[in-house]
Design a protein around this ligand. Structure first.
Ligand code: NAG
Ligand code: NAG
Length: 341
């Protein structure tokens, strides 16, 4: 083995001293020009790492994600953008484990027709946000409760359309009390509708606020509040499956709960434009269609997500509509359903 030169051994000595003083990590990585970008990002998103080791682990993930984001830039014909968001220190598999948690029923019985299926007067575009039927973007946080947010947004929508009053409703009540779902480990929108029907209604966000975003788990069902029925629904209906036309006819009448495949990196870092994939049809996330637009050359769905306003277009995503496959892009036309009032 070659002996170390004086310079090498001095460097080694200095490094050893730095390590023993716990100063090794920042000194060396401060030289990485991406570290300051990482630290700025971490500051912007309020990330606090417990140790230098954790910080460095997350920095490596951040750099890989940055590389992905760079690789998506200037792609000819791409109709959407990706960018840094709160998920930039998560590997795609960590992201999937936390956020792609929709649990589909083992035996699915989907309807082949529904009340709006044969609507002939669907407008060429509709945006339920501008019609006052959509509450501000919410954030499910560290909890796999997309199913509750999707169902609640659809209930908020039909309630506003029928009563003229937009009331923000409680996801936490569903997370804590709907035992057919699995709280922060996943659930299904139709089960949430069923629970609201059986319970005789659902209370407001103000009455039963969301706490699982920080705890990451469901709480104990607050039975003192399950009797507060701010909004009731009469039933729910599955939209004809594998038909974007049926989904459009339904969305022309009210916001619709849909299941999508959201596990790809492009979806993780979507920041704007009309999303065209890539994605699978392995449904793993619940969101809400709150409109569509057939006016321009690229038709799209307007979809409300529950990942806060720093993801996507202030919390929303526009997804390619009238896709070449009947599933719709990311399977959006496979499992749509809506509450009735
Ligand atoms: C819609 O039209 C189809 C084909 O004409 C028919 O079979 C179906 O029953 C209709 N659905 C409703 C809800 O009216
Ligand atoms: C639909 O898209 C067209 C063309 O891109 C745009 O001008 C219009 O404002 C959009 N309509 C709605 C309701 O978003």
């Amino acid at each position: 083995m070659a002996s170390l030169s004086f310079f090498q051994s001095t460097t080694l000595l200095v490094l050893t001293i730095l390590v023993s003083y716990g100063a090794f990590v920042p000194k060396v990585f401060a030289n990485d020009p991406l570290m300051s970008a990482f630290e700025k990002w971490a500051g912007d998103f309020g990330k606090n790492y417990k140790s230098d080791t954790e910080k460095l682990d997350r920095f490596e993930v951040f750099k890989a994600n940055l590389q992905f984001i760079e690789s998506m830039k200037n792609q000819p014909g791409l109709t959407y953008t990706v960018g840094l968001n709160q998920f930039a220190d998560l590997t795609n598999s960590e992201f999937v484990a936390k956020y792609a948690t929709l649990t589909l029923p083992k035996k699915q019985k989907r309807s082949t027709s529904h009340a709006h299926a044969n609507l002939t007067s669907a407008p060429s575009s509709i945006d339920w946000r501008s019609l006052g039927a959509v509450t501000p973007i919410k954030d499910q946080g560290q909890c796999g409760s997309c199913w509750a947010f999707s169902a609640v947004a659809a209930i908020e929508g039909i309630n506003q359309i029928k009563t003229g009053t937009l009331i923000s409703l409680s996801e936490q009540e569903l997370v804590d009390c709907d035992t057919t779902c699995s709280a922060c480990n996943g659930g299904y929108m139709d089960y949430a509708f069923q629970w609201v029907i059986q319970n005789g209604g659902i209370t407001t966000e103000a009455d039963y606020g969301y706490t699982s975003g920080t705890t990451g788990t469901g709480g104990t069902c607050n039975t003192a509040k399950t009797g507060n029925h701010a909004v009731t629904i009469a039933g729910y209906t599955d939209v004809t499956t594998y038909s974007e036309t049926s989904l459009m006819n339904a969305a022309a009448v009210q916001p619709i709960s849909v299941a999508i495949a959201a596990s790809g990196s492009a979806f993780q870092f979507y920041s704007g434009g009309i999303f065209t994939g890539p994605c699978t049809t392995k449904l793993d996330h619940g969101v809400t269609v709150v409109g569509y637009n057939n006016t321009g050359s690229t038709h799209y769905w307007i979809v409300k997500n529950s990942w806060g306003t720093s993801w996507g277009e202030s919390g929303y995503i526009r997804m390619l509509k009238d896709y070449s496959k009947t599933s719709g892009l990311c399977g959006i036309a496979i499992e749509p359903s809506y509450p009735t009032k």
